[in-house]
Design a protein around this ligand. Structure first.
Ligand SMILES: [Zn+2]
Length: 316
């Protein structure tokens, strides 16, 4: 296991890289170093050793962890929660009210992820450990949680990527944890002078209108910083939100065109790939840049969510 120390983000907040899919800077766990040690996201189960290692680097033990907040229950964010909880006897898991049931009984979650990830499921996510009901805590829109005298988290119901999605505002950093609702931060091209943002439209609850409304709410909160599920932080919330808002209708309409032309799922993927790669080449990113490996994986999943969205639209 390649070693990587937790990244200090200021305000006693750290980011532990979970090396999801083996990629550095893909999915992480945020750690608030407060009286009540609080984590946001666990990553999938294969990332749990990384999280435990990160706590050790921060000179804290798993017994110190009091809360584990999950932005949503997709397995790349929450899949490791049950496994991690076994190591953290004093922790409770905070989740959206539409998500808790599936953490207590993950059978449908597993079934859904198998449908999306197929034979890669075991490598990516196994094991999914159920969470005892009494250790699950639901937070609704506007609810708060004080994790120390100086620091309060506020939770927001922010659908669009998933119906079971919460955003979290941190009073101390004045930062917002947007999970997957406000898109993915692609930092892999930072050395070339570009960091860019794209929506993530995974199946099967993607809703572009809800996503835009949630982003508008994030915007109104005017956060000083935005902490992404994938990956890292920006001080320029305006830029991130604007870029994602511009791309949502592009993804949706390219998917519609692909389906109308009978190009299927592969067509959706290809069209989005074309649009994004021409944007990247305009911005000086070479076609052989490693970011494309990640984009291909992401667009495969995005295409499924877009196809699912249009299928539902055609029924109504
Ligand atoms: Zn995700």
């Amino acid at each position: 296991m390649e070693k990587k120390a937790p990244m200090a983000l200021g305000d006693d907040l750290y980011l532990v890289d979970g090396f999801d899919l083996g990629f550095e800077g893909r999915t992480g766990t945020y750690v608030f170093m407060e009286e009540e040690i609080t984590l946001i996201e666990t990553g999938p189960s294969p990332s749990v050793p990384r999280v435990l290692e990160g706590l050790k680097d921060l000179k804290r033990s798993p017994e110190d962890v009091r809360y584990i907040v999950l932005t949503h229950i997709h397995l790349d964010h929450a899949g490791g929660a049950g496994l991690l909880l076994q190591e953290c006897p004093n922790a409770e898991v905070i989740v959206h009210k539409k998500g808790w049931r599936h953490l207590a009984d993950p059978s449908r979650l597993i079934q859904g992820a198998r449908a999306v990830y197929g034979e890669n499921f075991d490598d990516l996510f196994d094991p999914i450990v159920p969470i005892p009901e009494e250790r699950l805590m639901v937070k609704e829109d506007g609810d708060t949680l004080a994790i120390s005298k100086r620091r309060t988290l506020t939770f927001y119901d922010t659908p669009g990527h998933a119906k079971h999605h919460i955003g979290i505002y941190d009073s101390l950093s004045e930062g917002l944890f947007t999970g997957d609702t406000a898109g993915i931060r692609y930092h892999q091209t930072a050395d070339e002078g570009l960091v860019f943002y794209l929506p993530t439209t995974s199946p099967n609850q993607f809703d572009p209108d809800a996503m835009q409304r949630s982003i508008n709410r994030f915007h109104e909160l005017n956060p000083a910083r935005v902490f992404f599920g994938h990956f890292g932080v920006t001080d320029d919330s305006e830029q991130a939100f604007n870029q994602v808002s511009e791309w949502i209708p592009v993804f949706v309409s390219e998917a519609k065109d692909a389906l109308e032309q009978g190009e299927g799922m592969k067509g959706i993927e290809n069209r989005i790939y074309q649009r994004v790669s021409s944007y990247l080449s305009e911005n000086g990113i070479q076609p052989d840049h490693p970011v494309y490996e990640i984009l291909k994986l992401d667009f495969e999943v995005c295409a499924m969510g877009l196809a699912d969205y249009w299928k539902k639209q055609s029924r109504t």
